[in-house]
Design a protein around this ligand. Sequence first.
Ligand code: SF4
Length: 333
Amino acid sequence: MRISPLIKHCWIFITDRCQLDCDYCFFRTKTRTKTLTEGQVRQLFGLLKDVRKIEFVISGGEPLLQWDLVASLIRGIGRRHPKSFILLQSNMILMTPEKIRFLRKHRVLLEPGIDGLAETTAKHRQGTSLHRHRKICENVKMAVGAGMEVFPTMTVHPHDTSAMTANFKFLAAMNVSRIDVHPAFLAPWTADSARDFIERYRRLAAFSRSTSLKTKLCPCYSRPMAFGHDLVVLPSGDILPNWTFLTFPPKIRDKFFIMKLDDDHVLFHASRYRDLLGRYMDLFKKKGVSYREFSNFNAALAMRQWGRRCATEGFRHYRDICRAVKTIDRSLL
Ligand code: SF4
C-alpha cells in the first residue's frame, strides 16, 4: 500500500521528553523516554518521496532536547522537499543564538509555546518559573530580532478567558508575526466559558484588524482546506492521520494508527487506513472544510469510542467555539 499523495501536514514528534508538564498538552501519553531513530527518519523520507509540497511541523515533547536530530531532519527536508515549509514548535527554554542562526539559514518558522503573561503561562505550563518565563521571552525576542518568522499559539484555558486580551497584547509587544489564539482542546469548556471566549475573540479580531501593530491574529486554521490528511509521527514510529488522536487514552488512540515506521520498513494498517480515507472523502464533499473542522471530525470519531460524558460536553462547547471562530475569522480577518 502507498500513502495518499495529498498529505497536508507532517507532524514529527521527534521525542516525548520535555522539561514542562502543561495541563493541556495534547501529547497526553508521553513516556518521557522515547526518541525517533535515524532509521525511522529514513523510512519516513522514503514514505514521502512522491509527496511534492507539504508542511512539516517538528514537535515533541521538546525538540531542542534532541538538537542534533532536529538539525539533521531540517537538512534532510531541505534537500528532499525544498518547496515545503518547516515549522519548529518549541518551549524555547534551550534556544540559543547559534540555533537561531541555523534555523534562519534553513528558513524554518518558529512556533514558541507561550500563552502570554507569566501568570497565565505558569498556571498551565507547569515547570515555567518566573525565571524561565523571562528566559523564554528573551529567546522569543532574540528570534524576532534575528529576522525569523515567529508565531506563538496562545492556548486559552476555560478558566482564563478573562486574560485573553492582556495576554494577546503582551505577546504582540514582542513583535511576533502573528498569533493563533486557540481554545484548549479537551478542556472542561462550559456554555459560559465558551460564550466568554467567543465574545473576547470577536473583540480581539476587531482590534487586530484596526491596529497598526505588526502582529495580527492568525486565521489560518479557519481557511478552507483541500482533501487530504496529516501524518502525525510519534517517537515510537507509530503514525496517526491527525493530531487530535494524541489527546486520547492509548486504548482509543491506538485504534487510529495507520502506519508504523521501523528502522528498516514501514508497516501499513491497510484496512483501517482505507476506512479513514473513505470517511475523509465524504467529509470533503462539503465545501469550505477548514483544518479545525477536519481535526474536530477526527476527534469526534475518537470521542464516539471513548464515550466520557464530561469530556463529551466540554468537546461540544469546544466545537461551538471553533464554529464561531471560523465565522469571525472569515468576516473580520
Ligand atoms: S512544552 Fe509542549 S510538549 Fe512540553 S508539556 Fe508543554 S505542550 Fe507538551
